[in-house]
Write a protein that binds this ligand. Sequence first.
Ligand code: HEM
Length: 147
Amino acid sequence: MEQILQTTYLWLKAGHIIFVIFWMAGLFMLPRYFVYHQEAEPGSAEEARWIDREAKLRRIILTPSMIMVWVFGVALATGMHFWSAPWLHAKLLFVLGLTGYHGWLVGYGKKLAKGQRPLTGTKLRMLNEIPGLAAAVIVVLVVVKPF
Ligand code: HEM
């Protein structure tokens, strides 16, 4: 029994990390797409291609991966009785931040598709630092468990 639980835990953790990688990759890629999208002539065929690429990245990678990260993460926290651990609360704060950032990116993509370009390329590039910083903090919290 002990062996089965240990194996299940390892498979859940493997699944969690795999989808964390996909989700983070999508979160890094989408704002880069937005930068190139904004450099395309409004109404051009090039712009239409970026709208299509952004929608595919969102539909095929970004949103399904975020859901799977949450599913595996919640299963791990429940299975390992981690819900009262302070490091998990801190981690969840940052993960909720990343989830909010994800939602904001989806909204920004919809505005771009309507022809609006609310932010400059420089601002988008700066925003691109957010997921990297958040991921670094999250990994330290879950691996080091400092509190
Ligand atoms: C969506 C909500 C999330 C929940 C509820 C969650 C929860 C968990 C739990 C309970 C573990 C097992 C910890 C252990 O066994 O010591 C874990 C492992 C891990 N999580 Fe998450 N997680 C979430 C999102 C994320 C995100 C967004 C990242 C990275 C950006 C991440 C990175 C990791 C890593 C690297 C591990 C493996 C740690 C190790 O083996 O020592 N998680 N997560």
